[in-house]
Design a protein around this ligand. Structure first.
Ligand code: PNS
Length: 176
């Protein structure tokens, strides 16, 4: 039987930390479905279509990875996709409480789906999509934290919103 995991998230945008989790998750699962939460009420820096595109390019070397979107309850989506596990990365301690809460709620909602945590690689322990975007919006060097394509796309985004006020409002819509 093929072991399938859902790796859910906002991926706004994908970082090298996410890619590390996918690569290591593939050592446990036969297939990983990277599932972007579609949330019309929460506008990100990138549209869902842009996030899909960046994930596709970044993960093209892995044949057993699929990119998809979902809305509603994660466990319902996992059931629909016949997944056995939900894969999440854990960084610093600060992630723990939220992740613990979410995993327990998901377990209460569906006991058949197991949440599996992978500790983030040491190199990525302090990186997140939001901190990378924040650094980038003020011209900080995000080399090596995101795939090259993503780095270019972030730069383009902030070039489009070039005045400080526009940048600020773009970032405020965006708390990932
Ligand atoms: O990358 P993120 O933003 O930390 O991902 C959060 C995500 C998408 C995994 C989480 O918000 C989620 O699963 N949302 C779907 C609704 C749901 O099932 N919530 C958990 C139980 S109430």
């Amino acid at each position: 039987m093929k072991r399938i995991a859902i790796y859910p998230g906002s991926f706004d945008p994908v970082t090298n930390g996410h890619l590390d989790i996918v690569e290591r998750g593939l050592k446990i699962f036969d297939k990983i479905i990277v599932a972007i939460l579609y949330n019309p009420g929460k506008e990100g820096l990138f549209t869902v279509e842009e996030r899909i595109e960046m994930l596709k390019v970044s993960l093209k070397k892995f044949p057993n990875v699929e990119i998809d979107t979902f809305d509603g309850l994660l466990v319902e989506y996992a059931k629909k996709r016949k997944a056995h596990g939900i894969l999440r990365g854990l960084r610093a301690l600060s992630d723990f409480e939220y992740e613990f809460q979410m995993a327990l709620m998901n377990r209460k909602l569906n006991r058949e789906v197991q949440t599996v945590f992978l500790m983030t690689g040491l190199r990525w322990i302090y990186t997140s999509s939001s901190i990378i975007k924040e650094a980038a919006q003020f011209g900080g060097n995000i080399n090596g934290m995101v795939p090259a394509l993503v780095q270019r796309k972030i730069k383009e985004k902030f070039a489009q919103t070039s005045t400080p006020d526009k940048r600020k409002s773009k970032m405020q819509k965006n708390d990932n």
